[in-house]
Design a binder for this molecule. Structure first.
Ligand SMILES: NC(=O)c1ccc[n+]([C@@H]2O[C@H](COP(=O)([O-])OP(=O)(O)OC[C@H]3O[C@@H](n4cnc5c(N)ncnc54)[C@H](OP(=O)(O)O)[C@@H]3O)[C@@H](O)[C@H]2O)c1
Length: 335
């Protein structure tokens, strides 16, 4: 495979290099792209050094089989035509095309087959908070149709990119040194704080991030489920956490749900409250699966079930999910 990574200097781009290597992805040739800011920088991959090219409207993608793009929605929109015009499959991590009818939105554990229908040569990787939630929802949906979801997210700083993660680390240092913390990437100081806003507000009072969870969950699961989300930025560095309450058509017991989670692809059940064992970002950062714990009946709803899930949003929420889509297409002889 000739593989391109667009946005290689970023948090997700760097993860692509690690994930492709870790999973022994069949990379015969690799091409790295960035803006003028990182053009000329070099990165190592499997013992070879590669130089970043500036992304331009030219024929650089001729012969590229697959392009993993993570350079923001504006860049994806501007360059999609350039990237796909010679048949390159573009797996895009941005929000640019997720809700477009002719672009599949794919989480391999849930709707891998959708990736085969891609009239524009583009496959969208869903929003990171949605990916980890739908991985966990899939086995529950098999038990009984999920009608409603309430979810509160606890999102790590790195969800906003490499510079945002650095800002949080720096804020703690600055505060300890008695300095005024630098606030650029988030609306407020994140160190020692929580910010109940991820992305911008929409007309209904929900943020765009919260509305992504509503719309993307329905598209991926082919479902009429309704999702009411509250997304909160927390001072964790990496891995998002979510408290999820689902309402199913018939009551689902904790035992049934636990068994379904245990048998599902991509999920680890880590739920031994008596030993203080439950998933936490500190231990899930850098790991592939979505971890679920705190499994309980919802005391406030006879058809309700509630759980906690944690997933590394740069891995399963971005780079790993995209690579799994490519692996699926290779396995199906469709790439
Ligand atoms: N971080 C996450 O957890 C996460 C999860 C899921 C999806 N995503 C999505 O993935 C994308 C990247 O996120 P990130 O967190 O990796 O951000 P990031 O750390 O800020 O990196 C952004 C990357 O985009 C590149 N870029 C920006 N403008 C460009 C242009 N005109 N041409 C070529 N490259 C350009 C940058 O390259 P230069 O350094 O050369 O400017 C950099 O490599 C975003 O769309 C984001 O929403 C992120």
């Amino acid at each position: 495979m000739k593989v391109a990574i667009v946005g290689v200097s970023g948090a997700v781009g760097q993860e692509f290099l690690r994930v492709l290597d870790e999973r022994n992805f069949p990379v015969d040739e690799l091409v790295l792209f960035g803006s003028a800011r990182s053009a000329g920088k070099t990165y190592e991959f499997r013992g070879k050094t590669y130089m970043v090219k500036e992304l331009k409207h030219n024929d650089d993608f001729k012969g590229v089989d697959i392009a993993f793009t993570s350079a923001g929605a504006g860049t994806s929109k501007e360059f999609a035509e350039t990237i796909t015009k010679y048949g390159t499959v573009m797996i895009d991590n941005s929000s640019a095309f997720r809700m477009e009818a002719d672009v599949p939105l794919v989480v391999p554990e849930v709707n891998a087959e959708d990736a085969k229908q891609r009239p524009r040569g583009i496959i969208a990787n869903p929003n990171c908070t949605t990916i980890q939630m739908v991985v966990a929802l899939k086995p529950l949906e098999k038990l009984s149709h999920i009608k409603r979801i309430h979810v509160a997210t606890y999102q790590a700083a790195s969800g906003a990119g490499a510079a945002a993660m650095a800002e949080l680390e720096n804020q703690y240092k600055q505060i300890i040194d008695g300095e005024q913390p630098t606030v650029e990437k988030f609306a407020y100081q994140l160190a020692y704080n929580l910010i109940p806003q991820v992305d911008v507000f929409t007309d209904n009072g929900y943020t765009k991030e919260e509305m992504k969870m509503f719309h993307e969950t329905r598209k991926i699961m082919h479902s009429d489920v309704e999702v009411s989300a509250l997304c909160v930025r927390v001072p964790a560095l990496r891995a998002h956490s979510e408290a999820v309450w689902v309402e199913t058509e018939r009551p689902v017991s904790v035992e049934e749900a636990r068994k379904a989670f245990e048998q599902a692809e991509g999920i680890v059940v880590f739920d031994n409250p008596e030993n203080k064992e439950y998933p936490m970002p500190l231990f899930v950062a850098g790991k592939d699966p979505v971890y679920v714990g705190r499994l309980r009946k919802d005391l406030a709803n006879p058809n309700g079930f509630t759980f906690w899930c944690v997933g590394d949003q740069i891995k399963k929420g971005a780079a790993l999910n995209a690579v799994q889509i490519a692996e699926y297409l290779i396995k199906e002889g469709d790439l």
